[in-house]
Design a protein around this ligand. Sequence first.
Ligand SMILES: Cc1cc2nc3c(=O)[nH]c(=O)nc-3n(C[C@H](O)[C@H](O)[C@H](O)COP(=O)(O)O)c2cc1C
Length: 78
Amino acid sequence: MPDCVLGVPAELKPFTLQETSYDLVILGYQAWFLSPGIPTNSILNHPSVQAVLKNTPVITITGARNMWISAMERIKKY
Ligand SMILES: Cc1cc2nc3c(=O)[nH]c(=O)nc-3n(C[C@H](O)[C@H](O)[C@H](O)COP(=O)(O)O)c2cc1C
């Protein structure tokens, strides 16, 4: 819970993205403890994902309970 709220990313297994740029990214994520969930936070902090998302339109979609707005505000900053 502290890592989630503080936005501490987890180490991810190595991966490669299929493309170097995208017309649109649709990001599905969960809110945990009013914050972006650790998997989402970890992906959004990954340098190769950040490089691809820069200057790319992103639509977010979340399946949450009814406490999602502060998580969304943090996702918007990422
Ligand atoms: C540890 C944890 C914390 C969560 N915290 C929130 C929250 O703060 N606000 C919210 O709306 N939903 C919260 N949820 C619900 C998730 O956003 C999601 O809706 C729920 O986990 C259903 O998805 P799943 O079936 O893939 O687990 C939480 C879920 C988990 C597992």
